[in-house]
Design a protein around this ligand. Structure first.
Ligand SMILES: Cc1cc2nc3c(=O)[nH]c(=O)nc-3n(C[C@H](O)[C@H](O)[C@H](O)COP(=O)(O)OP(=O)(O)OC[C@H]3O[C@@H](n4cnc5c(N)ncnc54)[C@H](O)[C@@H]3O)c2cc1C
Length: 480
């Protein structure tokens, strides 16, 4: 069950080897530990707490110096905007219950989120009035869809023509014929490349372009939206003081160790136990390991022996959406000068701009969050954070001259270049649902998997906790 020296060295590299030599494997190796959980995001913490409740001895290893993973509240930016998970909807039963259980208040934020009205539309560097869009020379849509704003076009078309009828079983083999690219599907409906580029790619939520995301992925998103709409279409919530407060409260309930700053570089598993190696030279051993790492980061970890072919391919290739945010503090209320909504939908590098109203007055705009997604995020990442911040400010100043000199960059947050996330959330590429959906979360000897990417019934934060429930049961069954 010991990992081979070759794999360990491959995973860790020379720097790691030096660190290990300088600081020999220390007392972190505990013989009587039942379970090691990798990652202190919602799914890892949910799994750890469930296992402790079942009487098992658990240790959590977290690579960052904070808990929460993709829940990340910017406490040092006015109004503490979320850089990670934003909001909770009505069908988030596990998340809502966790808030109650761990004493974190959930506030209804519908007014703060939607109170400002629909975002302004900016195409080709200029504002477009809502009633002018249908006749706009750059409008690539056809028929009655011409009146639909670009940000709503793909959703409207997909809802109307979604061929997957049994959304609740979107991953079922019977739907394999729809495991095709969104681009191919939209083309089959008569959409032009220009329409797909503006209406899907420009501010993409899944994939980097319509070419690399499966239509079944969007079926899964649709099924989750239907559940939330049916539960209560108007509810949208966030945890008081920031969503990161939930994982922090969960972490405080752990009985066992939670070791921060432990970046896992190798995992060895066997029939009766598993070992984990960290880049500080520490080595941890237990009867089972639960890994919550996003696959985009797990693909850089040596696993010995390799998981079965389909699972290994999933670890190496499932997609993670690149999103880079520029958080801006406005030094004056420029929207009062030009009379336009501070929130914007643009086809340029600023992406979608959200006015954050999370101060004491729910109407007051505390900051602006610009979301560049897909190819735009990759471009900003190439520029690097400082130049990316300048590029977005320059773009906003061009679009909104009244904002000139009034935009201060508070934070540039690239999720794709974060080594502990490597993207905001997972997505299936064409043909990957059929190949991986039933395989990627299967236990591999004593290595178990949780994390939002492993859930089938829900998405986002709820998916993280759904996966924690499953992983905790699997471990208990295996350990007897
Ligand atoms: C910008 C953004 C907006 C979002 N908006 C929403 C939303 O509105 N609603 C919603 O429901 N969801 C949203 N989400 C998704 C939601 O935040 C995630 O689905 C959820 O937090 C994932 O939890 P997790 O435990 O699966 O993964 P994570 O939170 O990523 O936890 C994995 C943990 O593993 C750690 N780790 C990674 N690599 C290593 C390593 N090598 N060694 C040790 N530890 C490691 C990470 O640091 C992390 O703490 C959003 C996410 C982002 C980024």
């Amino acid at each position: 069950m010991t990992i081979s020296r070759r794999d360990f060295m491959l995973a860790s590299g020379a720097v790691m080897a030096t660190a290990a030599a300088a600081r020999p494997a220390h007392a972190a190796t505990v013989r009587d530990l039942d379970v090691l959980v990798i990652g202190a995001g919602l799914s890892g913490l949910g799994t750890a707490l469930a296992l402790e409740e079942a009487g098992l001895r658990v240790r959590v290893l977290e690579g960052r110096d904070r808990v929460g993973g993709r829940l990340y509240t910017l406490d040092d930016v006015p109004g503490h905007p979320e850089a990670g998970g934003n909001s909770v909807a009505a069908a988030y039963g596990r998340v809502i219950a966790a808030g109650k259980r761990y004493g974190v208040e959930l506030d209804d934020i519908a007014m703060r989120a939607f109170g400002g009205g629909p975002p302004g539309l900016y195409i080709d560097g200029a504002a477009v009035a809502p009633d002018a869009w249908a006749q706009h020379p750059r409008n690539p849509f056809s028929g009655e869809m011409k009146a639909v704003p670009p940000g709503a076009w793909a959703d409207a078309l997909l809802k109307r023509h979604m061929p997957v009828k049994d959304l609740g079983r979107w991953w079922d083999a019977a739907n394999a014929q729809y495991d095709i690219s969104v681009h191919d599907f939209l083309t089959s409906l008569g959409a032009s490349d220009a329409a797909i580029q503006l209406g899907f790619d420009a501010n993409i939520s899944y994939g980097t372009t319509a070419h690399d995301v499966s239509l079944l992925m969007l079926a899964s998103v649709e099924q989750w939206q239907v559940l939330n709409r049916n539960a209560n279409a108007r509810f949208i919530g966030a945890f008081r003081g920031g969503n990161q407060r939930l994982p922090e409260a969960m972490a405080r309930q752990l009985k066992g160790d939670l070791l921060r700053g432990r970046r896992v570089v190798a995992i060895a598993t066997g029939a009766d136990g598993a070992e984990v190696y960290c880049d500080d030279g520490s080595r941890h051993r237990a009867k089972a390991v639960v890994c919550s790492m996003p696959f985009a980061t797990l693909r850089h970890v040596a696993i010995d022996p390799l998981p079965p072919a389909a699972q290994n391919a999933a670890i190496r290739t499932i997609g993670y959406v690149p999103i880079t945010q520029v958080h801006i503090v406005p030094k004056k209320k420029f929207w009062e000068s030009d009379g336009q909504n501070p929130s914007m939908w643009t086809d340029g590098i600023a992406g979608t701009v959200f006015a954050q109203r999370f101060g004491s007055d729910p109407k007051e705009v505390m900051s602006l969050t610009c979301w560049a997604r897909g190819l735009k995020a990759q471009y900003l990442d190439l520029l690097g954070p400082e130049a990316a911040g300048r590029a977005v400010v320059a773009e906003l100043e061009r679009l909104r001259p009244a904002a000139r000199g009034a935009l201060e960059v508070a934070k540039v947050r690239s999720w794709a270049t974060d080594p502990f996330a490597a993207g905001v959330w997972s997505y299936y590429r064409p043909r990957q649902v059929a190949a991986f959906a039933n395989e990627l979360a299967k236990p591999h000897q004593r290595l178990f998997f949780c994390g939002e990417h492993t859930a089938l019934g829900s998405r986002g934060m709820e998916a993280a906790l759904e996966s924690a429930e499953r992983a905790a049961v699997e471990v208990q069954l295996a350990l007897g």
